[in-house]
Design a protein around this ligand. Structure first.
Ligand code: ZN
Length: 262
């Protein structure tokens, strides 16, 4: 909707609205009725895939305090794949794009949510299939080009219990939902999707320790995000996601602030 600047500013002041407004060079404004944070707060308790000698929990240490130093600051100990985060193609491929090389236009895209939560509630090993995507398209129309397709398994309600989130069995195998390899290939090759997202710890179903979906997907030069929050509050079609990826030289991934608007 296009309106004169003055009129809009006055209306915003009267309503006291906190709706996100983006001013454009032409003087028009895009406003969103809904702004939702899809990011989990990173803390020492955030679950992660345990890989001996490689992964470790987040740690925050105070390095300055206002009472002592006149300024407050913390040191973070983190690896690139901890918390709500993004995988760059270089996570699995030496010649793949690293995080700072991802085209920024691919990080602000239409958001599509595939709901497999009913199935996931009785089968932790379920995955998003090509049939799930086709069922979404029958209800909502063909996937928009350069969309982000996120799996909603309902897993984020477990965020306060790291053991339940990782869900390893007595043999050490992990059990949580993810994308099937076939679905990832279909989304890359037949729908030109920009990115994948999951509300679990991995693009792959937890039981796949070979990371087959990661490899199939990241080989196409696209991104994936993991540990997404709050998807149940976002419509399955019609939102836009902003993937606020950190920009570190040569990074294989990193924390993101994920925000959905519509
Ligand atoms: Zn990953």
């Amino acid at each position: 909707m296009r309106r004169p600047l003055l009129k809009l500013s006055a209306a915003a002041a009267v309503l006291g609205t906190c709706t996100l407004a983006i001013w454009t060079a032409a003087g028009a404004v895009h406003r969103f009725a809904h702004v939702v944070d899809l990011t989990h707060t990173l803390s020492e308790d955030t679950p992660y895939i345990p890989i001996p000698g490689i992964t470790f929990p987040f740690k925050k240490t105070t390095i300055a305090t206002i009472s002592r130093d006149g300024v407050a600051a913390n040191r973070w100990e983190i690896h690139e794949h901890l918390g709500t985060q993004i995988d760059a193609p270089s996570h699995f491929f030496d010649q793949g794009l690293s995080l700072e090389q991802l085209p920024v236009a691919s990080l602000v895209v239409p958001l599509v949510i595939i709901d497999v939560s009913t199935r996931a509630s009785s089968n932790a090993d379920t995955s998003v299939t090509v049939a799930d995507i086709e069922a979404w398209e029958r209800r909502h129309g063909r996937l928009p080009a350069q969309a982000a397709v996120f799996m909603m398994s309902g897993w984020d309600v477990r965020i306060g219990d790291a053991n339940a989130f990782v869900n390893h069995d007595a043999s050490g195998a992990l059990h949580f939902p993810g994308f099937s390899v076939e679905a990832a290939i279909f989304l890359a090759q037949s729908r030109n999707v920009a990115g994948l997202g999951v509300d679990t710890l991995s693009l792959d179903p937890g039981r796949d320790s070979t990371y087959a979906t990661h490899k199939a997907w990241l080989a196409t030069g696209k991104w994936g995000v993991e540990l997404v929050a709050n998807l149940s509050t976002v419509p399955p079609s019609g939102a836009t996601v902003f993937v606020g990826a950190t920009k570190v030289n040569g990074a294989t991934g990193g924390p993101v602030r994920l925000i959905a608007v519509w």
